[in-house]
Design a protein around this ligand. Sequence first.
Ligand code: FAD
Length: 307
Amino acid sequence: MLGPVILAASRSDKMRRFVSAAPGTKQVVDRFIAGETVGDVIPVVQDAAAKGLEVTLDVVGEDITTREQAAAARDAYLELIDRLKDLGLGTRAEMSVKLSMFGQALEGGHELALANVRPVVEAAAAIGTTVTLDAEDHTTLDSMFAIHEELRRDFPGTGCVIQSYLFRTEDDARRLAASGSRVRLVKGAYKEPASVAFQNKAEIDKAYVRILKILMEGEGYPMIGTHDPRIISIAQELARRAGRKLDEYEFQMLYGIRSDEHLRLAAEGHRMRVYTAFGTDWYGYFMRRLAEKPANLLFFVRSMITK
Ligand code: FAD
């Protein structure tokens, strides 16, 4: 019940100002956001690497309103990639990007987002890594998939995300489960209407398993983005049935969530990639994490009261 309310608040400027200024916010934000600067996140990448984990790095930000902000987003990723290169961390870290941060919603946004993301994909390829295009709300996806297809012409390792709550996703999965593709499957984190998405958790979970089966039986590289223990064991079974070796798929989880499970799966020999978000524009990302688990909201409210 609370989830949709929090998701609606994630798009409100008034709430953004309130939450950002609230006492105790930082303490809760720190659980999900690995610092504000490239300097903060590098030790996190090094620590993950020492534990046998890989990362995908997200410079937080979305729904920007000017072309200058879109260019700044591109430059923030280029700075990050430069630092990874200097430290020889290119093979441990890939990038996750939200096209809305690259200008997708502005006038001429499709072309603008493509123009801004391309240099990031090029720079990532130059240090031996890849970029994955996150999935945002359903109105942005046709543009995201078109940009994905365009980038894959020159950079076939460019990944994309699909969301099991959307009715369209089984068809998208069939199209994407082709040789060389890298596809992250998640349940979906946005507030979507009943005309395009399942609203019920059991249906979203069942769809996740159907879509995962398509990916596992296909020829691409599935990236299983979930913390759900039931789905994780089903994924292991589907991989076994599809005859996939341990390096022919990977698990992905979010920084700060079920960290013990990150280590357990890595210790079993699985590839485990931790989606690690950092930066100052954390509001939208943070609110989606609160919406996913009501206990997080209680923790947040308690930290405001006790501050
Ligand atoms: P759930 O059934 O929601 O959760 C299973 C269990 O995981 C819960 O019982 C709880 O123990 C734990 N858990 C889950 N979420 C939280 C939380 N916030 N805090 C504490 N515990 C939690 N969504 C998109 O729409 N687009 C994307 O591009 C995208 N990228 C993602 C990348 C990765 C690597 C991951 C893991 C998720 C991504 N998501 C994305 C979010 C995703 O859509 C879900 O909202 C989120 O993963 C919660 O779903 P779940 O599969 O973990 O299952």
